[in-house]
Design a protein around this ligand. Sequence first.
Ligand SMILES: [Zn+2]
Length: 215
Amino acid sequence: MRWGSLWCGLALMLASCTGRDDRRAETRPVPPNRLTIDSPQVRVCLANLGQLARFQALPDRDYGGGCHNFASVKLLDAGVPVANLGPMNCSLAATFTAWVRNGIMPAARLYLGSELAKVETFGSYSCRNVNGAQAGRLSEHASANAVDVSGFVLADGRRITLKQDWTSPDPAIRSFLVAIRTSACRRFKTVLSPDYNSLHADHFHLDMGRGPFCR
Ligand SMILES: [Zn+2]
């Protein structure tokens, strides 16, 4: 099934569902060289993503202070449903979808003997600094360029979470989680796992910003 025509309509619907920040956002000029939902290369990205995923294209929004979601989509299904996602820029959404389909799905079969049924996340876009600090550098989440993945539901009913299972007594579950982190590190610019620090004890942080960094 093709979704290309669907996202156009949804984008128009979303544009009419204006939120509190939208009037301010609409009066702010788009910086030069910024990719937008209408940029030719983003249209190519969306067309390619439409072959592999179900999504809604989102209106470009600049919330000030460096926070924005340009050229972004809300990913609904990346081969399996993905829970709790907000805006992700198209490049991130495409990388994420490839990781789900070519990294997580085969690893679930290989290590756990089950099909993947769902990916659970803590979200994607969030206007905040790195590590949620009061001061410092803006997080990649602030430009819809990062996603936090918290767990996986299998077709056999098992639910594997980073929080509970990174140190699972079951070696197959540990191998699954390490394998999909390795796969993520080949795809995303930065991957932070529970091995990085306690702030990431319950999720993989994946972004397309600086890097490469994998821990
Ligand atoms: Zn994160």
